[in-house]
Design a protein around this ligand. Sequence first.
Ligand code: HEM
Length: 148
Amino acid sequence: MTTLFAFLHHLSAFTLVSALAIEFALIRSELTVSSARRLQVTDLVLGISAGALFIVGLLRVFLFEKGASYYFHSHAFLTKFSLFIIVGLLSIIPTMEFLSWRGAIKAGQAPVMEANKRKRVTAVIHAELAAVVIILLCAAIMARGGWV
Ligand code: HEM
């Protein structure tokens, strides 16, 4: 079970990072009906992988690894967990934008995004990718008993 949950954790984490990278590439190129649709689907995949990561991560904390008391006394884990929550909250901004395109896409039109909005959404996805790098560093540190 420990191995299965470690595998599921890594699978969800890699899926989440891939989805973020795809969103980052798509939002920086010209928006078409098809790229807008792809962004919506990718965002759904991102949401599902984040949900899986959260559940599998908590199961590993409480049931399958070093025990909850170990992790809740680890600054590396607490930083990783807090960053994960912040990334989750930040991701609401692009999600709301992508959802607001439903009408335009249904009508077969490419959504129009003001320059400012596009800049903000791009910056948020960029920040999410940067936060994931720090999360990965925290994961490696906490797994080896560092920064307690
Ligand atoms: C973007 C989000 C996340 C990423 C990229 C990520 C990545 C990783 C990686 C790469 C490891 C393996 C570390 C190693 O063995 O060197 C790991 C371990 C682990 N992660 Fe995550 N993780 C994320 C979110 C979470 C969340 C939300 C939780 C808990 C709620 C969590 C709990 C754990 C636990 C318990 C381990 C096992 C550590 C150990 O071996 O003692 N992770 N994570």
